[in-house]
Design a protein around this ligand. Structure first.
Ligand SMILES: *Cc1c(COP(=O)(O)O)cnc(C)c1O
Length: 248
């Protein structure tokens, strides 16, 4: 008998998205589901793809390379959602259609340098540290506007919106505050009318806080655990690498 848990979990996540949209008076079509697949084997990802999913988000270059070589891009659209070191940019650009984690000018410039040589463009989101936690990457809310303004000079970057990781807190108000802040920064950016900047995407919400994120305006949620189960590695391994601290 085939083990159906990935399919069942997906169905449950869809139901949670639907319920959150209902309670927020939103159209479920407005909320895209991106599978956060760090540590998840290609065969499991393929199960989700067979069930109709298309958006895959990876955090690490090596995992991205491995799984991309097994899954390809016929049915899957790969995004990069992890902290990106500038020396990994060239490799990442071979596989992904969107980078959620642009959080500093140096990184934007590096991406731009590679793409302008090849006459290509890419979708990006600007990652904001809405929880003000030291351990999280992302530009501070105070510096977001000036970073975005500087990124507009780099015409290979199609700025599509913002991304954040909400505070990992049992206090829902603390979590909601992060998502509200992202929404308010989105509004401020829209008011600036920067040329070429679109702000349609708000990438926020994960397994534990997707309901709150959807209520606060998420258009893309990134879900791992609720679909694929618990991971062996703590998230700090992905979110707070010692080796990347000097790469600012
Ligand atoms: C792991 C991860 C997620 C998904 O987290 P879950 O709690 O497993 O749903 C979302 N976004 C980013 C950036 C991640 O690294």
């Amino acid at each position: 008998m085939k083990n159906l848990w990935i399919e069942d979990n997906l169905k449950q996540v869809k139901e949670r998205i639907y319920a959150a949209c209902q309670s927020a008076g939103r159209n479920p079509e407005e909320v895209k589901l991106l599978l956060a697949t760090k540590t998840v084997a290609a065969e499991k990802i393929n199960r989700a793809i067979d069930a109709g999913e298309t958006l895959i988000g990876e955090n690490k270059v090596q995992e991205l390379q491995q799984k991309y070589s097994l899954i390809g891009n016929d049915k899957a659209n790969w995004h990069f959602i992890g902290h990106l070191q500038t020396n990994k940019v060239k490799e990442v650009l071979k596989y992904v259609t969107c980078i959620h984690s642009v959080d500093r000018l140096k990184l934007g410039k590096k991406i731009h340098n590679y793409l302008s040589k090849e006459n290509k463009k890419i979708d990006i989101l600007v990652q904001i540290n809405t929880s003000y936690e030291e351990s999280k990457f992302g530009v501070s809310p105070e510096d977001a506007l000036s970073l975005i303004e500087q990124l507009t000079e780099l015409d290979t970057l199609r700025i599509k919106g913002l991304m954040t990781i909400g505070k990992l807190s049992a206090d829902e108000r603390e979590v909601r505050k992060c998502f509200r802040l992202l929404k308010s920064i989105q509004q401020q950016v829209i008011e600036q009318n920067y040329p070429g900047v679109e702000m349609g995407v708000l990438s926020m919400g994960m397994s534990g806080d997707l309901k709150v994120a959807i209520e606060e305006g998420a258009t893309m949620i990134r879900v791992g655990t609720a679909i694929f189960g618990e991971r062996m590695y703590p998230d700090s391994y992905y979110w707070n690498e010692q080796t990347t601290v000097s790469d600012s």
